[in-house]
Design a protein around this ligand. Structure first.
Ligand SMILES: CC(C)(COP(=O)(O)OP(=O)(O)OC[C@H]1O[C@@H](n2cnc3c(N)ncnc32)[C@H](O)[C@@H]1OP(=O)(O)O)[C@@H](O)C(=O)NCCC(=O)NCCS
Length: 128
């Protein structure tokens, strides 16, 4: 996957003790939840249609995340299909002790599908 774009992150969040797993590092599911949220915010920038997450592909947890780390979620639309948008999310961590260094910790590619009132896939409208 390419390097993250040098733009403002879609979400920034500090990891808290409530987010930890049994080993004291941050639970991967917490990060996945923020990834889905960041991807949805990116998708919303491009369409006003209702959409749902159909896939989270290529999830890689490259480095552990610790309590006090500040995570930045960078997003970008990579492609569109008939009904779907593919969005990449890159996550960087600033360690609590050293906020001037960012470490790539996680990445994923999400697919969002536009749906109608019956929750069936529908063609994407014009994208912004
Ligand atoms: C999203 C949903 C409506 C798609 O229904 P479907 O019958 O698979 O529809 P289609 O086969 O026409 O696929 C729709 C699009 O999704 C894409 N898609 C479907 N499954 C996919 C997968 N596993 N990975 C990547 N893309 C996928 C298709 O390629 C298609 O894209 P395109 O139209 O741009 O080419 C249906 O799967 C659904 O409701 N899923 C639950 C979504 C949800 O509730 N998410 C929240 C988390 S619980």
């Amino acid at each position: 996957m390419n390097a993250p774009p040098l733009v403002c992150p879609t979400i920034r969040v500090m990891m808290m003790p409530r987010d930890t797993n049994a080993h004291g590092t941050i639970f991967g599911g917490v990060i996945l939840s923020y990834i889905d949220q960041a991807g949805a915010i990116e998708a919303r920038r491009h369409t006003c249609q209702k959409f749902v997450t159909v896939a989270m592909d290529g999830v890689i947890f490259k480095e552990p995340v610790y309590v006090g780390d500040v995570l930045s979620f960078h997003t970008r639309l990579v492609s569109t299909g008939r009904t779907s948008m593919k969005i990449q999310v890159h996550v960087d961590a600033e360690r609590f002790e050293n906020p001037h260094v960012t470490i790539p910790v996680t990445e994923a590619t999400l697919v969002y599908v536009a749906i109608d009132e019956n929750r069936r896939a529908i063609p994407l409208g014009p994208l912004s």
